[in-house]
Design a protein around this ligand. Structure first.
Ligand SMILES: NC(=O)c1ccc[n+]([C@@H]2O[C@H](COP(=O)([O-])OP(=O)(O)OC[C@H]3O[C@@H](n4cnc5c(N)ncnc54)[C@H](O)[C@@H]3O)[C@@H](O)[C@H]2O)c1
Length: 312
């Protein structure tokens, strides 16, 4: 049993990580400012600090709680907001993360797991699937801020011995994803609309592809990284791209949705194709995705159905 800080533990991925850690018998503390997360996602057995990761008071929490591990998920993760408010994005994602890294080093944290992005840092891919050696050329401010923290982690290991693993996520989907944020939530957005009988909008021709991994597999990568990751960057992904048109068709089938999607002009700056080579994560963590995209969609639809029933 270890004592683990999960930042962003009221959010989509963080809360799923917390539930699993508690199931495994760990003591969990959550720090979250509830800016995009929800109290309803908080596991009751986790201790909760409603706090901004930029807060200098963080030091007192580290001093008091004596964490063994930090799993860092709190972030400004809206790509479009990062474009409109790049300074805010940098403050939260870079300075907030640095605050956590400094305290982790100061208070002897054994390892720091960082949720980075493989979807937003490689830019328009030069080859696919993109592995960790692919040039990093973010085409959005969010990609830059998320990537910058990877450099700090390398530095704090080199200078002070703070162990870390960086997980570069693909597009994650599953229960608790907030459809109001970001293109990453395309599955949730479509499910939410289609369940109400409304037509989803597809931007561009719908042939843009992404790498989708179900949240339980992401949780698994975090748990393996606590034990096995070796101070490096690991892509997490399926190695296969799925297009928006394919998602629409699969969901239409699952939900018996008979309408056509609405097509709108492409979004400015949207990357057309990205999917990730996770061979290194397989070798180092023994990680591979277990839930197929179709099964993940079905499970997510089930979760949405239950949620709609309980709120009606
Ligand atoms: N969802 C994806 O597809 C995806 C892909 C790549 C990387 N990621 C990364 O995974 C992490 C979690 O993403 P998510 O999809 O669960 O998003 P989310 O918005 O559901 O979760 C983020 C959580 O962080 C909290 N938070 C935001 N700013 C904060 C601050 N200043 N101080 C304290 N808490 C703060 C929010 O309230 C929220 O609970 C993020 O770091 C994100 O960059 C997500």
């Amino acid at each position: 049993m270890a004592k683990i800080l999960v930042t962003g533990g009221a959010g989509f991925i963080g809360s799923n990580v917390v539930d699993r850690l508690i199931k495994e018998g760990h003591k969990v503390v959550v720090i979250d400012d509830l800016s995009t997360g929800f109290k309803r996602n908080l596991n009751k057995q986790a201790k909760f600090y409603e706090m901004d990761i930029r807060d200098r008071g963080m030091e007192d929490v580290f001093k008091k709680e004596k964490f063994d591990y930090v799993i860092h998920h709190a972030a400004q993760m809206d790509v479009r907001r990062s474009t409109k408010e790049p300074e805010f994005d940098a403050e939260v994602n870079i300075l907030g993360s640095l605050n956590l890294i400094l305290n982790s080093q100061k208070f002897g944290v054994k390892k720091f797991i960082y949720a980075s992005t493989g979807g937003a840092i490689y830019g328009e891919a030069k080859y696919l699937p993109a592995d960790e050696k692919h040039p990093v050329n973010p085409l959005c401010q969010y990609g830059i801020s998320k990537h910058t923290v990877e450099h700090y982690l390398y530095l704090y290991k080199a200078l002070y011995g703070l162990n870390y693993t960086v997980l570069r996520y693909p597009n994650v989907f599953g229960p608790r994803q907030n459809p109001e944020i970001n293109e990453a939530g395309v599955n949730s957005i479509f499910i939410g609309l289609m369940l109400k009988g409304k037509k989803p909008t597809i931007f561009g021709d719908g042939e843009q592809v992404r790498d989708y991994v179900y949240v339980d597999d992401i949780v698994e990568a975090n748990l393996s990284a606590l034990e096995k990751g070796t101070n490096e960057i690991l892509n997490i992904g399926t190695g296969v791209g799925v297009s928006v048109n394919q998602i629409f068709e699969m969901l239409a089938k699952i939900l018996g949705f008979k309408e056509k999607a609405i097509y709108a002009p492409p979004r400015e700056g949207e990357i057309l194709r990205i999917y990730l080579d996770a061979t290194r994560a397989r070798d180092v963590l023994g990680w591979r995705p277990k839930v197929s995209f179709g099964d993940g969609l079905k499970r997510t639809v089930e979760w949405w159905r239950k949620r709609e029933e309980s709120s009606s």
